[in-house]
Design a binder for this molecule. Sequence first.
Ligand SMILES: Cc1cc2nc3c(=O)[nH]c(=O)nc-3n(C[C@H](O)[C@H](O)[C@H](O)COP(=O)(O)OP(=O)(O)OC[C@H]3O[C@@H](n4cnc5c(N)ncnc54)[C@H](O)[C@@H]3O)c2cc1C
Length: 397
Amino acid sequence: MELTETQAQHAFRDEVRGFLQEQLPADLRHKVKELLRLERDDFVRWHNIIADRGWTGPTWPAEYGGTGWGPIERKIFDEECFLAYAPRLIPHVNMIMPVLQRYGTPAQKDRFLSRIWRLQDWWCQGYSEPGAGSDLASLKTRAERRGDKYIVTGQKIWTTWAHYADWMFCLVRTNPEGKPQEGISFLLIDMKSPGVSVRPIISIDGVHDLNEVFLDQVEVPFENLVGEENKGWTVAKYLLSHERTDLAAVGLCKRFMAYLHRAAERKTLRGRPLLEDARIQERIAQLEMELQAHEWTVMRVLSQDESGKNAGAAASILKIRSSELQQSITSMISEMAGPQGLRYVNEAREADWNGELPGGLFGNALVAHHLDWRKVTIFGGTTEVQKNIVSKSFLGL
Ligand SMILES: Cc1cc2nc3c(=O)[nH]c(=O)nc-3n(C[C@H](O)[C@H](O)[C@H](O)COP(=O)(O)OP(=O)(O)OC[C@H]3O[C@@H](n4cnc5c(N)ncnc54)[C@H](O)[C@@H]3O)c2cc1C
């Protein structure tokens, strides 16, 4: 395993850093750095800047405008974006795009691929249902074939950004008989279709990202079926393999460490910054060591990936470890806020808010971040489910 970057990788890091210095708009950087709320247009604007540079699809084949980067380049790109306080690229792009590339009909490719490239269509993921999360194959949203269309009825839940979305890639049941996995199909649903309604779920930090999506007799043309009818489970799993590749989150953890340092510099105890307190220094050092160890593990897995060996169940270990780290760092920030962290003003995270807060705007946002980040052990496969995978694959249990 190589722990240092090659000359070419080092040059690539410089190139990405230079691009970010020149092209990342100051207002977007400010919003991300101060943990202010990003709007739909902010994401679209950033996405288009990245598209102009040709970097939208790090994992796509060159014929679809992919970058041709290896896993180490992808890690470097992610890390630099996080450290520069760039907005995140919308993850759904790198879920639906590879699926359409592999399983889409020529007409679907023609219709959707170039629009995804520039985020002209915003996609959301309609997998989970009130009774189907970890046990996804038990989903019940029903699609009945009538002539050249499906009639879809059911409910999806936790649908991130459904209120922004133009389209939803959706798992539906087309056959209620037999093995649950064998009666599922993968449909593309226009969110403007009659019968689709979106209801917000406000999360613990007061933010509206999540939704319930209700489907009431929604007509979906047969041409919007991806892959074969009743073979949607294969398509769904292929998509999830792309969702899970970036869950190691080294760049994100480094950004959190930067927030932690900044909070420890700003927050004072008896007139001195917390950063000068030996106990705080010790805890920060501990987190830094853990993050360094995590990064080395990630590098080890990525090196194997580069030599053609799939990460497989090791990806679950990376997801568990990165979730633990993200939560430890955000918890420590919240602890440092002390009693000031007890009061949280949601409106203060709008860019145009100009009230006063005892802990300052940044402190207020960091507390929200701590609350929000409880989610990381749930989405993308819960920690318990990841542990099941590890125990089966590595321990043979
Ligand atoms: C912030 C956020 C965003 C999300 N965005 C989307 C989205 O855009 N689209 C979408 O489709 N879904 C989305 N989800 C849903 C997510 O995929 C599910 O929440 C997740 O799969 C868990 O399912 P569940 O919530 O139904 O919990 P359950 O599966 O009911 O699990 C409940 C508890 O039981 C445990 N458990 C379940 N099965 C086992 C087992 N076999 N062994 C041991 N323990 C077990 C779990 O670990 C958990 O602690 C999102 C979730 C969150 C939190």
